[in-house]
Design a protein around this ligand. Structure first.
Ligand code: ZN
Length: 357
């Protein structure tokens, strides 16, 4: 619940740009968001949900203690100080009953009122909520982000990438399954790189001979690996005779590591199709291994030769180190051991020391 007010910083800005140091995937998200916001008239300069705590308009750290107490009483955003019926800022006397305001809250309350009056917020509050803000309801609640995603996804109208995958499978994929796929990809790992690859594959961002031939006449539609087949998306990722051996090796290795036979099915490798009876840590390792395999494949996307298992294992060893460093930095376990224990045992047995811990 407390994440949402911070996220809603985005709504106040005319078009937030990617900051130095933020991954490129953030830039993509912001570009899509800014287009969506403008196209659907979703936002204004100021939002009813402008947060009190961590508000970038305040001096850094100012009011942190007071706003934390206000949060614990359920007061998190500026809109809650607005009375839409009487079209006015709620007086201090009313907030004593509503949010348990005491004498110590009076001065910060007056400062926030001054901020509302001087920042231009008043006009937007008087104008009522936007349709987008109405979607969120009178108070912030835990499912708000899911509601936003559902709205933006226009549930019931499949996107073209969904239809394309369903065409490859030869059958419809239920909306609930799509939601499971999105959830799986968003929880694949701790680095943006891993999640980004999952999204790119699912949303079919990789160029293929077929796509390029459609865009420009004269471009060869055949697979870049020289197998002689048409280079469709599913062919390049999965069906190509030049990568079948690679995937067979990956599935065999992962099944052996997890001591669980994973069906040789592209939905597992490409769409996080998880209907496997695996423990949570093993399931996460499975997703990481397939992500490593896809990144290895993408690194040789238009080359005749497919990657090898060693390239996949090398990535996994590096990610294991990344997890280890994160554990050290944050001082907590994150289920780290459960994810990597089988992999570490396997690497140890084959005599490949890899990263030394
Ligand atoms: Zn091919």
């Amino acid at each position: 619940m407390m994440i949402l007010p911070r996220l809603l910083f985005l709504f106040q800005l005319p078009g937030r740009v990617r900051l130095a140091g933020e991954p490129s995937s953030v830039g993509t998200s912001l570009r899509v968001w800014n287009q969506t916001r403008g196209g659907l008239l979703l936002g204004r300069r100021h939002s009813w949900y402008t947060p009190l705590r961590h508000n970038p308009a305040f001096p850094p750290g100012w009011g942190e203690g007071v706003f934390a107490i206000w949060e614990s009483r359920g007061l998190v955003c500026v809109g809650q100080l607005w009375d839409p019926v009487l079209s006015r800022i709620r007086p201090y006397s009313e907030l004593r009953g509503r949010f348990g305001f005491g004498v110590r809250d009076l001065f910060p309350y007056l400062q926030v009122v001054h901020y509302i009056r001087s920042s231009g917020l008043l006009g937007d509050l008087r104008g009522g909520k936007t349709p987008f803000e109405l979607l969120l309801g009178p108070v912030l609640w835990k499912g708000a982000l899911s509601a936003i995603y559902r709205c933006l996804n226009c549930r019931g109208t499949p996107h073209s990438y969904m239809l394309a995958w369903e065409g490859g499978w030869g059958s419809a994929i239920s909306w609930d399954t799509w939601e499971d796929i999105w959830k799986e990809v968003s929880s694949v790992g701790i680095a943006a790189l891993l999640i980004e690859n999952g999204y790119k594959v699912i949303f079919r961002w990789y160029y293929t001979p077929q796509v390029l031939a459609r865009w420009r006449g004269g471009v060869n539609v055949l697979c870049w690996r020289g197998c002689g087949e048409v280079g469709t998306y599913l062919h390049m990722w999965w069906h190509c005779g030049r990568v079948r051996g690679f995937w067979t090796e990956v599935f065999s290795r992962v099944s052996r590591i997890l001591d669980f036979q994973i069906p040789d099915d592209w939905r597992h490798a490409l769409l996080y199709w998880h209907q496997l009876d695996l423990a949570r840590g093993d399931s996460l390792f499975c997703k990481l291994a397939f992500t490593a395999a896809r990144l290895a494949l993408a690194s040789l996307w238009n080359q005749a030769h497919p990657p090898t298992w060693d390239m996949v294992e090398h990535r996994l060893l590096n990610w294991q180190l990344l997890y280890q460093l994160t554990v050290l930095r944050q001082g907590k376990q994150h289920g780290y051991a459960h994810i990597w224990r089988r992999f570490r045992a396997t690497v140890g047995m084959s005599g490949r020391g890899g990263v030394g811990f």
